[in-house]
Design a protein around this ligand. Structure first.
Ligand SMILES: [Zn+2]
Length: 144
């Protein structure tokens, strides 16, 4: 299993939270994205069950103890969409036009891996290149 560098993941998270503040979106949406990223951060640390590719993330959502659901949910997320892999169809939150933590996890890992592949000052410029502002500019409010 992939070992996540928690410190680096948290650095990516901080970068994104800063990026969200600068976004041209409603305070409500900012709050929802912040919450989605918060959950993504915790999930990636506590349950790092995912497969990362630059263009998509496959991630498992482990249900909480009390749900009656059998097994786990599998999601495929990228910048523009999120879908369920264990059922045919979209992620419920994405379908409703709500930021989901799966897409947040994709964006978080994109920053994480993008920032990790450079060295020294190059690393710095890479972080700017993959800006959260650009990633979050994909609007998901068409279902309203
Ligand atoms: Zn989703």
């Amino acid at each position: 299993m992939l070992n996540i560098d928690i410190e680096q993941l948290e650095a990516a998270f901080a970068l994104i939270i800063e990026g969200i503040k600068k976004q041209d979106m409603s305070a409500h949406l900012k709050k929802r994205w912040t919450r989605a990223f918060d959950k993504a951060l915790r999930s990636l640390i506590e349950q790092p069950y995912f497969a990362w590719q630059p263009e998509r993330l496959l991630i498992v959502s482990v249900p909480k103890e009390k749900t009656k659901e059998m097994g786990c949910r599998f999601y495929e997320a990228n910048e523009s969409a999120c879908r369920r892999m264990d059922q045919s169809g979209l992620c419920q939150a994405f379908y409703e036009g709500v930021p989901c933590w799966h897409r947040a996890a994709y964006l978080l890992l994109k920053i994480y891996f993008g920032a990790g592949s450079g060295e020294g000052s190059e690393r710095q410029s890479r972080q700017i290149e993959i800006s959260p502002e650009r990633l979050l500019s994909t609007k998901v409010d068409t279902f309203g």
